[in-house]
Design a protein around this ligand. Sequence first.
Ligand code: LFR
Length: 490
Amino acid sequence: DVGRCFAAVDVGASSGRVILGTVSSGRGADDAVPRVALEIVHRFPNGVLDDGVNSEGAKVLRWDVCGIFAEVQMGLAKVAELASSRGLRVESIGIDTWAVDYGLVDPAGRLKLPVHAYRDSRTECTVPVVHEKVSPERLYSVTGLQFLPFTTLYQLAAEPTLEGLQALLIPDLLAFWLTGARRTEETNASTTGLLDARTGTWSTELLEALGLPAGLFPELIAPGEAYGTLLPAVVERTGLPAGTPLIAVGSHDTASAVAAVPAAAGEDVAYISSGTWSLVGVELDAPVLSEESRAANFTNERGVDATIRYLRNVGGLWLLSESQRHWAAEGRELPLAQLLADAAALPAGGPQVDADSDEFIAPGNMPARLAAAVERRGGTLSDEPAAVVRCILDSLAAAYARTLEQAQALSGRRPRAVHVVGGGSQNELLCRLTAEATGLPVLAGPVEATALGNVLVQARAGGALSGGLEALRAAVAASVELREYAAVGA
Ligand code: LFR
């Protein structure tokens, strides 16, 4: 069994990757669980571009989506070449990226620039405007989304005009350029603040109340369905076979990551998808839309197979990467491994901040903002990088513990462990602090949960494996090594 090949495009806020995923059948009569292997074939940097101040005096942060598309095609060409060097064919492609952001295209398909990045400040003025039209209580009872100032509906309210335009979420924009098809993938649609959490369809009530055109977003597409096949120009540029389909996966990166959490069948699934953000929560089969849930600011995003990702966005490793960026700009290039070792050597019980606070969303001098937040709580934070790093990790672990406790109380789930997936699962200090703070054993890995979730949904659509999320997760569990961090006192 040489395996079947799928191409996964996974673009995060700080880097993008194009990956060859190979799915092969189980190892024998008493082991029918498929295995999945990933090879990162192409990596490229991504990041928010700072355009300075526009004519209205607002700072503009944007994504270079055309640059991203060029890198994606380059990566697909490399994947095609690698597969064919093995005598194999790439059966399909899947795309996931961060959520909420979009490009506006006109009927001819021309993109309006800039494509804003969600850390941009343009929604500061529009949040109250939106809430004037629909109260936060009503928004929550329809969409079940936690309040985040960058949710798509607040961004749309900042557009000078939407007339004659369609909004394509970032993965759907790339899909449009690859296939010519305009669709909105469901899991990502659930982050716009315009989808009805109960029905999983666009909320006409909200679109109307906010004065948004009915066809603003294209028709929904569910993970596993095909957008279409590659355009001739893409076939030419990538060397992929004509007729290669683009399959919708959990195009919201967090949805793909949660689909690949290596939970056992029947387990109450609790997870921390740990990257730029930490997405902390449990998996449910129906949304929780209660007032308590809204007050606790929990979100009900849609997952693969119509599951509900009941979670909160917690400030994430952005706090750390943005601090490193600040130190580097001061001429201090501090390698992460050293920073973490120094932070681990510091005693427990140091200063903390509320890692959830909106004050850390925008780019800019992070160590200074952390120190100011510690000071407001009556403490002091040394400007030694190790102390700053320790403060970030202690604060994250405390936020995880708080959030998981609330998730359990609000959902009634009783997880026996917490799965940490994504880049942050490699951070041993953070995993250890998380086990200590939550009192739950931490199962760390896989690092590449997002790409695995992407590949597995394609593989199932192509018939290389079958079953529900449990079958996908069994394939992950059989294919990767996990690390366990015991809860204290266990
Ligand atoms: C993680 C993520 C989060 C989303 C944030 C902004 O990469 O997709 O789930 O809230 O980025 O899109």
